[in-house]
Design a protein. Sequence first.
Length: 338
Amino acid sequence: MVVEFEPSATSSDIKSVIEFVIHRLRYLREIDVCERHYLIISGYRDDINVKDLSSKHGVRRVTSPDTTAFFCRREFYPSGKSQVAIGDLTLGNGHLMIIAGPCAVECEDDLYATAKAVKAAGAHMFRAGAFKPRTSPYNFQGLGVTGLRWLSEVRQTVGLPVVSEVLDPYDVEIACEHLDMLQVGTRNMTNQSLLKHLGKANRPILLKRGASSKLEELVRAAEFITVEGNPNIVLCERGIQTFETATRNTLDLSAVPALRCMTHLPIVVDPSHATGRSDLVTDMALAAAIVGTDGLMVEVHVAPERMIKPGDGQQALLPEQFLELVQKLKKVLKAVDR
Ligand code: PEP
Ligand code: MN
């Protein structure tokens, strides 16, 4: 249940509402979203009378108890489309944001060289994983905190904001110290413990779609972050699992316009993990721009052959291929009036 307060509600109005429900509830928190104050009530019993609650002084409205997503629905936002600030940048303002970089933080020299190359080609943000989710415990798990430190040095030296994945709630705090945006990978979209911790983080979140998750589940995952107090979320379509084996995943491009109908949150498309093939990445990036994505996330590496195996070398673009992608993108964006 969500109680929305009037902007004029006083702290004693809020206190009186809390006192009204406190003996009936199991979990209660107050959050501010879009300059409005809300009380989230979870685990209540049927004995909270919505009518009585709605009539309390300072209460603007009380939403239905069966609401599964409220803040992340398109209807929540007056214009139907929100923007997310990432450092000095804004995602969702009509300009297409390009995020690029290697799969993982591996070697410091390659990290710098790739960051410089993607910036020169026109990327707005840098990406690289310090914590890597793997299918085998024997594979490279990432450099962890050392990787975060290198990323924050690259961020300073090269001058690009940085996004990187967090796997564990315990790493959220240190990741916030080093990064401009925190990523939830496909394997963790349903990790509610992580989502809740990210709801308390003071950084925007890039939430990737679970490989077998419906769009509705993606929106609800975003809601888990928002109700803990962090509404700064960007959704990412990165391909879903189908029977097809020619590509690593199947890029669901219809997710972009479909999500637009469901949520106001900005959307990024990741054609690299969606296809797993560098020869398909550019075409899929252009297609994503046509269907209206707010951003692209592309894997680029100065020397994919140097990546630690098994890595995402097959899907990484070389800097010159990335530059070509950016140049083609400009033409496509012009053609579709963006
Ligand atoms: C990544 O971005 O490096 C990554 C592991 O992505 P995903 O979670 O989409 O597989
Ligand atoms: Mn990768």
